[in-house]
Design a protein around this ligand. Sequence first.
Ligand SMILES: Nc1nc2c(ncn2[C@@H]2O[C@H](COP(=O)(O)OP(=O)(O)O)[C@@H](O)[C@H]2O)c(=O)[nH]1
Ligand SMILES: [Mg+2]
Length: 694
Amino acid sequence: MRPHMKSYPTAKIRNVVLVGHSGSGKTTLAEALLARGGAIPRAGRVEDGSTVADFEPEEQKRRISISLALAPFEWQGHKINLIDTPGYADFVGDVEAALTVADLAVFVVSAVDGVEVQTEVIWKRCAELAVPRMVFINKLDRERADFERTLEHLRSVFGAGVAPLELPIGIEQGFKGVADLLSDKAFIYRPDGTHSTEDIPDEMAELEHQVHDNLVEGIVVADDEQMERYLEGEIPSVDELEHTLAHGVAAATVFPVVCGSAGTGVGVDRLADFLCEIGPSPADRPPVTVEAGDTTVDVTPDASGQPLAYVFKTIADPYVGQLSLFKVLSGTIHTDEQLVNTTTGASERLHGLFVLRGKDQTPVNPVNAGDLAAVAKLANTHTGETLAPKGTPVRVPAHSYAAAVYGVAIKARTQADDDKLSSSLQRLQAEDPGLTLERNDETRQTILRGAGETHVAVALERLARKFGVNVDVEDIRVPYRETISGAAEAEGKYKKQSGGHGQFGVAWLRVEPLPRGEGFKFVDKIVGGAIPRQFIPAVEKGIVETMHAGGVHGFPVVDVQVECFDGKYHPVDSSEMSFKMAGSLGFKDAMAKAGVVVLEPVSLLQVTVPAAFQGDVMGDINSRRGRVQGTETVGEGEQQVTAYVPTAEILRYAIDLRSMTGGRGRFTAEHAYYDVLPGHLLDKAKATLAAAQA
Ligand SMILES: Nc1nc2c(ncn2[C@@H]2O[C@H](COP(=O)(O)OP(=O)(O)O)[C@@H](O)[C@H]2O)c(=O)[nH]1
Ligand SMILES: [Mg+2]
């Protein structure tokens, strides 16, 4: 019989997300915790592609985490639902997804590299969402590891709530244990990851006492009664201190800092202890506010309440179908439960419930309020949707995704690839809503967008691996257009005499420019039957087709008014065909006489950066032919720069802004209007058109 996972009560569940900058050691720490908890026989290595969390080929190839991964393990009667997340900015969508179900975020910070950009970005997001936080200072065994510097860094960036619970004993190769500031004990580690409990070494006793006193003071201020006793000289017990501390953690006002090494195992078991002792259970968190029609309802993780599940992630699997990862917000969910997707209205039966660890599945039944589990083959359910009993139309507000700001044009390699492309991309989007897809009819390109270069590259690799669809990548072509700069008249004459009955039609046309964005206007000024009524629409049709096919430079023509004011016909030879041709020929001629200008799209660009980068960003916008419209202070020390910039100049802005600001900037860009392309750039614009037609 396959092993079953035990069902844990809400109070014994800890939903813990590991977050932080790429390379800080999250995946290695998850591995160490799983091994220590007995969930896996031994810890795998990121370098060998043998970890539980980085199981996808795209992750193993790059040696980075790309998707969130579940890594649950059992520890002292608790079930710790660890969620490993990517630290790379392109994949912040999965961090967002994990934060919607986590009750505690553990920030993994490298003692060598300190607080890095993505750590700051995610901390800020956690603060907005009021997610409880703690910090694991990692890599203390590494050369150039520095605990004090890292702690100072944490304090300066994250403020006074940062509270160290441990000090390292030894450093770099000599790192062998931690001093616990609450109990005044030293924990010295053996190679197998277990530890012995000893007295604090003499040489650090003085420092330890001082930090201990600070910590105790920091904790007791949150509790009036403890504070009073403390002022009278009584030191609360370790249990009492932990209790008060746990309240501060749940309220997201205190951020405990512990330390260790995911590589050597020092401090790892103690981190697991802390997660159980001071980490909030789902029941310790504020209720989740869900939308219920025009009002909202607060949901608490009550195991006897209505069954309610939130799907925070779906994984497209070509073999077993789609996997849906969910959190039980309330009630108890059993195998074969019949629920309704409150977004799509689809009825879904939850056939088999299981616990996911990396890619491994272990059956579980039931799943209690607060717990995380997975289910296969929900046909009509996507990321961010809610499952509820029939007649309970409640919905968890969906979380946001990083703007899809970097795009490439994709082209199916073969007809077989083309046939499967759009359905496969849709399945990929269901898994990763941070991807967008758009068809541009003017340039005849399909554009895939994501948060950055790597995001898009990974999406294409998944497309090939999961669905066998191969595409080639092309540069995005800018949809240039052309229009006229003056007014002119011309005669469009089509005459053909070939044997029997011929073709004959003449249309006199006057063209003049329309204001930008008006498109096309046809004015029928024919009087006295110079062109018979039934042929006038054909003249217009000939003009419209020519405008679409391209004007003097080959770009679609816009913003023109065409008046048809005279013409000639032949009672036998005239036909719709001849007047369509007359319209087309007359239009081309009139346009050439009127003078032509090429138009380029201009985007509204909004860039948000720390104030220190404002000057660089504005200078860079100017060098891209952009026009800054204004700047505004938004949030803490951040500036938002608004500008109009030619779209052709910002096709790779996602990459450029990241290198300009070290990943501290973000932006949105949307089409705003068309403007005249400077003459010296015409050849370049025509070259992209030529490439497209090649
Ligand atoms: N020496 C040492 N190396 C570590 C430690 N933690 C992680 N590493 C290494 O740091 C690199 C990045 O680790 P990884 O777990 O992939 O980081 P992540 O991006 O945060 O998931 C890998 O080469 C790990 O082997 C540690 O505590 N000590
Ligand atoms: Mg990782």
